[in-house]
Write a protein that binds this ligand. Sequence first.
Ligand code: GUN
Length: 297
Amino acid sequence: MSADIIDGKAYAAGLRERVAGLVPAFRAATGRAPGLAVVLVGEDPASQVYVRSKHKATVEAGMESFEHRLPATASQDELLATVERLNADDRVDGILVQLPLPPHIDEKRVIATIDPDKDVDGFHVVNAGRLAVGEEGYVPCTPLGCLMLLKDRLGDLSGLEAVVIGRSNIVGKPMAALLLAENCTVTLAHSRTRDLAGVVRRADIVVAAVGRPEMVRGDWIRPGATVIDVGINRVPGAEPGKTRLVGDVATAEAAAVAGAITPVPGGVGPMTIAVLLRNTLVAAHRRAGVPLATDAI
Ligand code: GUN
């Protein structure tokens, strides 16, 4: 048996198209495009690549992109002042401060300064709280993207056993909350979990978000399970000096047992930016008081 490959790249492209298709009606209703502001502090090469892709995707969706680049030496007060200006700017519906920030800046303080109703990353404690109690808010892009892939594959998730590996605020915890809201029986496993392989073997749904290359092995997977691999790990390649990307799951082994699995790359990765655009479109409608059927996206 060999698992179906869940094509996150194709799903993300479709989502981006659906979002772009809804922008003209928003423009017609409000006289402006939805706006996303991205703030980058410093010159971290990976962050620069992410910010460039976010800008390109935003413009391609017909939205307005505001980029704010501060030097690595910028003070915390300068960054907080930038966030406050964006909070007050009516053209800006979504604010994303690219992480990680330089060590002299308090990440929590910066996130807490973002207006929760413009927090399209869903990192503000107000949005984490809204998710925990089932109120309307913003959900972090990566776990929401994982949920979309799962529902696309499985339909109703009610009653399924879901095991999430990794308890980060950005992926593991919101993923567990989302699956619980879909009526799954959720186990949130982590580095101290006893008999992790045994726990994972119970799961109809496995979401791996630990950041350890190929940690989840094929014999951990229950036959027919759906496996979502959030990991993006760079490891030494076959040739000296070359590297390759692997997930948190040993894909070939797991694919021999699973019903469906996301590849790395091309699985969860492309979903993050697509969901960011979706969250920005939703924020624009909510802020302008224009109705939007969110089940259409
Ligand atoms: N750095 C890497 N991924 C992300 C993300 O989704 N949001 C933010 N703000 N920073 C990141």
